[in-house]
Design a protein around this ligand. Structure first.
Ligand SMILES: O=C(O)CCC(=O)C(=O)O
Length: 281
């Protein structure tokens, strides 16, 4: 009998870890959490956005490293291999050819780099007195979708603000993705209003599992994260959700759940792209 993951069923772990200014400590925390997730049966482990660095534009250059040769990549590759898991390395500030990117590397159970997503839609937002952040002061945007295979699942990766763009998630669905992963760091203003709504919307629009993975809240940080990592199933139901504290969430995802809704409510085959143009109105 083939292992469960080859039949389209395996356990994923969403690591909501504390993130501080000590890079080595952040990497050690990640190593400890992934080992714990493995012990609890996880086959695919997800880390949060910017898990090796404070989330602040003034720090990205200082923490940036090359992928896959920098120390954080070497550490992640070893963590994946030591535990025999797929590891989605949240994101780290990446330095490449004189530019910085907000990048998520993905490692297979042999510690090999199999995918790299560079955040495509940069988080530039100005809500006076509530939330102002200009990621483009530091980062250059990426240009493409990022997809890898785990068993029968095609898995997509995008990062945080990428979540606000339904057209972007639809491109992944059109490539056959059934699990979409968004490492994130929503703040405490937009988080309570939009985080679960956006994750649920992308899941239901595209009839796929959607995971959002954040760091634990640190009220002393310059940017205070909302936390609330969660996993939504292809029916739009939240199946596991954290509060703001450090934790690991687990769920066994099953391809049958995707197949079921796609067959029973076949919106993807019922689309009318012939009418979806403003020229037709
Ligand atoms: O869209 C938002 O409200 C927050 C986005 C964000 O925190 C990010 O892209 O890192």
């Amino acid at each position: 009998m083939a292992p469960a993951q080859e039949q389209g069923k395996f356990k994923i772990a969403l690591v909501q870890m504390p993130i501080g200014s000590d890079k080595e400590q952040n990497l050690n925390t990640a190593a400890r959490k992934v080992a714990e997730a493995k012990k609890n049966g996880a086959y695919l482990v997800l880390l949060p956005e910017c898990f090796n660095s404070p989330y602040e534009t003034g720090s990205f250059d200082k923490y940036a490293e090359e992928i896959p040769n920098g120390p954080s990549s070497v550490a992640m590759s070893k963590i994946a291999k030591d535990n025999g898991v797929y590891l989605v390395g949240g994101s780290i500030p990446e330095k490449s050819a004189g530019k910085l990117y907000n990048s998520c590397p993905v490692w297979d159970p042999n510690g090999k780099l199999i995918a790299l997503h560079r955040k495509v839609h940069l988080f530039n937002m100005d809500i006076p007195g509530k939330c102002t952040f200009f990621e483009s002061e530091a980062f250059t945007p990426g240009e493409g979708v990022t997809i890898f295979d785990v068993g029968l699942f095609k898995v997509g990766v995008a990062i945080c603000y990428d979540l606000r763009f339904p057209e972007w998630a639809a491109l992944y669905r059109d490539q056959g993705v059934s699990l979409m992963i968004y490492p994130g760091a929503f703040d405490t203003y937009t988080g309570p209003m939009h985080w679960d709504l956006l994750l649920r919307s992308r899941a239901l629009d595209n009839q796929m599992y959607v995971a959002g993975v954040c760091g634990a809240r640190d009220t002393n940080a310059s940017y205070v994260s909302w936390g609330h990592s969660l996993l939504v199933d292809p029916w739009g139901r939240i199946v596991v959700e954290a509060d703001e504290k450090e934790t690991i969430l687990y769920h066994t995802i099953d391809m049958k759940v995707c197949d079921e809704i796609r067959k029973q409510i076949p919106v993807n085959k019922q689309r009318r792209p012939d009418l979806y143009s403003s020229k037709k109105i």
